[in-house]
Design a protein around this ligand. Structure first.
Ligand code: FAD
Length: 220
């Protein structure tokens, strides 16, 4: 069986790992390669702002499959390796180390990444983002020494992180561009309930709603 009979999946997270599972379950028995730029085996992100961040839940349950699953299903899992190019004519992808992998079918499950704050100071050491498991580890670690935090963005992830910080005894100020948290996803009526809920929580330093203005700059 040649590489042209095989399937390459780029992006080794939930969608990639589940697509590989579905292919095997549906009887695909050709070469199957799952390539991801993270060094962790595929994991689910929801716990990163919930039980894993608060320390209530362990690391193992975040993984999509147990480590042996990939070999058991004859899957070539390549981690810590970004795909830098795809050539649909030659039917091959190029990896960051210059090597190439041929494919018959190519599936892109490359997901999304957080929008970086376009303000001065956004790249300072104590400005953290939450997307990957190591981000969650860094934030959890920061909760141990920080007494105050500013959370930029009052969507689900921002508010869950806020709740986790307060549980760790960190005083939090939440900054949100819209006039209410979760306004876009929940609508005004329910968003108001969430705003009150968070204002009333112990450790809340209140919500400063920089409507339409965003976060102007960071220091320190
Ligand atoms: C903290 C947090 C909490 C969340 N909570 C919830 C929740 O409660 N409920 C809910 O429904 N959703 C939640 N989400 C959203 C949910 O996690 C995403 O919808 C889900 O991760 C999407 O999975 P995915 O596999 O499509 O993409 P992703 O998880 O984004 O994975 C894409 C993968 O592809 C890799 N990749 C990208 N480019 C390349 C490349 N060129 N080469 C190799 N690899 C590459 C990325 O590094 C990543 O590992 C949460 C997200 C976060 C960050």
């Amino acid at each position: 069986m040649s590489a042209n009979d095989g399937c390459v999946i780029v992006g080794a997270s939930l969608a990639g790992a589940k697509a590989a599972q579905a292919l095997r379950e549906e009887g695909f028995d050709g070469p199957l390669v799952l390539i991801g730029d993270e060094s962790e085996q595929p994991y689910e992100r929801p716990p990163l702002s919930k039980g894993y961040l608060t320390g209530k839940d362990a690391r193992e349950p975040i993984y999509v499959h147990p480590p042996q699953w990939y070999a058991e299903h004859d899957l070539d899992l390549r981690l810590g390796m970004a795909v830098t190019a795809a050539d649909p004519v030659a039917r091959e992808v190029t990896l960051a180390n210059g090597s190439r992998v041929g494919y018959g079918k190519l599936l892109l499950t490359t997901g999304s990444s957080p929008r970086r704050l376009p303000v001065p100071g956004a790249d300072l050491e104590r400005v953290l983002y939450l997307r990957r498991v190591e981000d969650s580890d860094h934030i959890k670690e920061a909760f141990r020494s920080a007494s105050r935090a500013v959370v930029s963005g009052a969507g689900w992830v921002g508010l869950e992180t806020t709740a986790a910080a307060r549980m760790a005894g960190v005083e939090v100020t939440v900054l949100e561009m819209a006039e209410l948290p979760l306004l876009r996803v929940l609508g005004r009526e329910v968003a108001r309930v969430f705003a009150e809920l968070h204002r009333d929580l112990p450790g809340s330093a209140g919500e400063r709603l920089a409507q339409h203005g965003g976060t102007p700059a960071g220091r320190g």
